[in-house]
Design a protein around this ligand. Structure first.
Ligand code: NAD
Ligand code: MG
Length: 385
């Protein structure tokens, strides 16, 4: 039996992961499941999978969680420290699927088990790529990307020599505002931004897809995971979201990964790696699909991609600052305190804020420094709102 934990179990990635586990329950023993405000779902999951411990991120909800788990023998805990502690409990396979930099501690703990770290939390790579990968290497942990693009790239590189790599081509659906003018985008609401045309995801990543901040994070994520130069990473808009990404080799051969836009594809790959196993996602029917298309992203309309490249060239803690500024700006957009286009503006101002220079430029990554950079960036964004 394989021991597993899922951090962010109640979210979009978490429930999709449990959907796959549910089909072969006898093969897994569940150690920890974490969530936040949806206590009913967390308790239901913990009972169904007979988890050892369930943790809510919200300390004020601990008594609700205890009540919901009464009589089950399942431990209940709450708060960020409790999540980090639960992530140190040894597992063969750990899913990091909390949203935001809040997931970094769980990723770092799961990297120490010597098993598999299934990484959906791209923010961990953006904020602490060097640190996380060094920890995986030191502990013999295999990091498998769960972001669909990075899983696609990983699969397209199977058995290939990194020396032969020419380009990584990340696909982007373009989101709901692909054909909007800048003027039209100025007035969009969070309710409009959350409606992704192709993928069914959590609220925050859906809005990040609409602003292209999601793709921006993914460019930084790819740079760390595949240890390539930023210039080797391209983004192409592909509205049908069938090609999940492509790798070009020095002989100009391109290997593309295709499939239905369903995260259970990438999750299932990480769950069964290095083998392949049947998956409930819909098979592709090319005749029905008819045609697929590609276009260049409009970096004038969507400055997030340019900002990500600037963060990459700054190095140091620029990734953590970029991500934290984006998270704080996203909070403000969701709360309707700022407009859609203000998000990129705030991120740009924060990245270049003179106050952050000494933190940003530190070459060595430590967790404490990353959290300090994160907190400073959020404070600067909030001071500007
Ligand atoms: P979601 O909002 O649906 O779920 C987030 C999970 O994290 C929930 O379980 C929630 O309870 C928990 N959570 C929220 N705030 C927390 C906090 N402060 N501390 C601890 N737990 C907290 O998000 P999602 O769409 O499942 O995304 C999860 C991660 O996976 C993100 O990093 C996202 O970028 C990445 N990802 C998601 C998809 C997707 O299809 N949903 C695809 C690729 C990558
Ligand atoms: Mg993705």
């Amino acid at each position: 039996m394989r021991s597993i934990s899922i951090f962010g179990a109640t979210g979009s990635i978490g429930t999709n992961t449990l959907d796959l586990i549910r089909r072969d329950k006898g093969a897994y023993s569940v150690v920890a499941l974490s969530g936040a405000g949806n206590i009913a779902l967390l308790a239901e999951q913990a009972r169904e999978f007979n988890a050892e411990i369930a943790i809510t991120a919200l300390p004020e909800r601990l008594s609700d969680l205890r009540d919901a788990l009464a009589g089950s023998g399942i431990e209940a805990a709450a708060g960020a420290d409790a999540i980090a502690e639960a992530a140190t409990r040894k597992v063969d396979w750990g899913m990091s699927a909390i949203v935001g930099a809040a997931g970094l501690r769980a990723s770092m703990a799961l990297a120490q088990h010597g098993g598999i770290l299934a990484l959906a939390n791209k923010e961990s790579m953006v904020c602490a790529g060097d640190l996380l990968l060094a920890s995986c290497a030191a502990h013999g942990t295999t990091m498998l990307p769960v972001d669909s693009e990075h899983s696609a790239l990983f699969q397209a590189m199977n058995g290939e020599d990194a020396k032969g790599l020419r380009r990584l081509i990340l696909t982007a659906s373009g989101g709901p505002f692909k054909d909007f003018t800048t003027e039209q985008m100025r007035g969009v609401t969070p309710e409009q931004a959350v409606k992704h045309p192709k993928w069914n995801m959590g609220q925050r990543i859906s809005i990040d897809s609409a602003s292209m901040f999601n793709k921006a994070l993914e460019v930084i994520e790819a740079k760390y995971i595949f240890a390539c130069a930023p210039e080797q990473i391209e983004v192409v808009v592909h509205p049908q979201a069938i090609v999940h990404s492509m790798v070009e080799y020095i002989d100009h051969t391109i290997i593309a990964h295709m499939g239905s836009p369903d995260m259970r594809g990438a999750i299932g790959y990480a769950l069964h790696w290095p083998e392949r196993a049947p998956n409930p996602i819909a098979p592709l029917d090319f005749a029905t699909l008819g045609s697929i298309s590609f276009a260049s992203p409009d970096e004038e309309k969507f400055p997030a991609l340019r900002l990500a490249r600037e963060a990459l060239s700054m190095g140091g803690h620029a990734g953590a600052i970029f991500n934290a500024a984006k998270e704080a700006a996203l909070d403000a957009f969701i709360a309707k305190k700022i407009g859609f286009l203000d998000m990129a503006d705030l991120v740009e101002k924060t990245m270049y804020d003179a106050q952050l220079e000494p933190i940003r430029d530190q070459a060595q990554q430590t967790l404490a420094q990353i959290f300090a950079a994160d907190a400073e960036a959020r404070a600067l964004v909030n001071a500007r709102i």
